[in-house]
Ligand binder design. Structure first.
Ligand code: ADP
Ligand code: MG
Length: 167
């Protein structure tokens, strides 16, 4: 297979044995040899953002995948793997066994269809997505926004102290 395109995928979950589920998801994604998971970040533990109160912490990571698929084909494959890993879509931003989001294409391509927005629209706003992505693709660029490593560093930096207020 001549796998020409590289994409970044956000991976995560907060229900069940997430690390084991993600290993299984990677194996399923690679099963027919048309997608390869070439780099995997570490998994970061983060509190759930949005969604119902009281749901468990997430484990979040990122993968670089290499494939001949276009972005829509890849999204379709990611959604099939989510389903095979027990993902059900009942509550928006609710607990999930396995979430695989398409983040970014290395070549900077953009999609704006009814089913796919690429780059992922919330990618540059979320430290729990950018931090693992910066481990594995620091030099990739988010079109119109900036370089992954710089964006991750900016989000991770503590807020600067407020300027003193004059009496
Ligand atoms: P979320 O990941 O935001 O919690 P879902 O995984 O259920 O929610 O995705 C909701 C919808 O987002 C999907 O039906 C999918 O078509 C759409 N979508 C649009 N752009 C993307 C993207 N870049 N990656 C994944 N899903 C996307
Ligand atoms: Mg998703």
């Amino acid at each position: 297979m001549a796998a020409d395109h590289r994409f970044a995928v956000a991976v995560g979950g907060n229900r069940g044995e997430v690390a084991a589920t993600l290993n299984w998801a990677a194996a399923l994604l690679e099963a027919d040899g048309l997608v390869r998971v070439t780099i995997r970040s570490s998994l970061h533990r983060t509190a759930a953002v949005g969604g119902p109160m009281g749901q468990g912490d997430f484990l979040n990571g990122a993968w670089v995948v290499t494939t001949d698929f276009g972005p829509h084909q890849l999204l379709h494959r990611l959604q099939a793997v989510e389903t095979a890993c027990g993902r059900t879509r009942t509550i928006t931003w609710g607990p999930r066994t396995c979430d695989l989001d398409l983040l970014l294409a290395e070549d900077g391509r953009i999609c704006a269809s009814s089913v796919l927005t690429l780059p992922h629209p919330r990618l540059h706003l979320r430290a729990f997505v950018l931090a693992p992505l910066a481990e594995i693709a620091p030099d990739w660029r988010i079109p119109g926004v900036g370089q992954v490593s710089q964006l991750a560093a900016a989000l991770a930096a503590p807020l600067s102290s407020p300027a003193p207020v004059k009496a």
